[in-house]
Design a binder for this molecule. Sequence first.
Ligand code: ZN
Length: 307
Amino acid sequence: MAIHEFQRLCWRNIEMLCPAEWEMTFSSSPADTPRIILSDRRYERLKMQWRQLSYTPELSRVIEKHQDEVEHVTILNSLPEGWYGTIAPCGSGSVIHAGKFFSKTKMLVELILFWNKQREKHIEEKIMESIHPVSSSVQSCLWEAMGMKVKIPSECTLSAFNAEAGQILWKFMYGDKKSKKEVIICRIALLRAIFPQPDISWEDLKAFIESQANPRKSRIARAESSTYNGHTAVRIVWLTIPDGMIKRLTGYKNKIVEVAWACPVEEKIYRLSIPFEDCHVLSEKLHVKCCGDRWKSTLYDKEQKGK
Ligand SMILES: [Zn+2]
């Protein structure tokens, strides 16, 4: 099958292009070495892992050894710059093992590509040429996977993610571990099942978000009309009861700002929550994209003016 469209994937400091119909069907937990699997509707197509090394590996020797040790393996000589790899027959197709060491970031990327029938070299080249590590010195990092696109300050690290039917959830941590500061981004599908009406007001959104909360753990201190990516949004300040016993006994409450909006083009509801005290700082570097090309929001204007 001819594939012409490519999509960008940005995940844990790696950016790449892959065919639009390949989806990330596995990702290792944030505590483990980054590993992903991309699959089309029927098969696994690509497995990839990446890690930083303290030394420069001799990839040409690694693949020579691989060829000597495993039967029917052939070294590939015309891969994109910096890539070393081998090909071996696999069923009615072939399997490619390849690796590239990015000396600037000291990142070794290893991948396995599966071709069920004919090897599609142009796709393979496009993927390999596009793969590059993202430097951690940049202000904001792009995260793009599972249908979500997020720009987030690079000091935020992925702490958890969940992709269940109808809901994608990413959690990022920042600051010192004790403070447990979190940015949470959630995308909920089936907008029309939740809001069948064509016009969704910020009060409708507020009622929905409130219905999802546990009233014993959090309550709304303030809610107001807002916009995000040009869509109707609700901006909520939550007071939540923290986990620690001492904080609980002293009546301490966490203040969290949440913005929720409905994207009628994507038919999704987005929820973004951040600690209240860092709202101002994060607003410069944090954006969640939905339809169109808009990255800008008016989300924090009121907060800034109010102070
Ligand atoms: Zn939208």
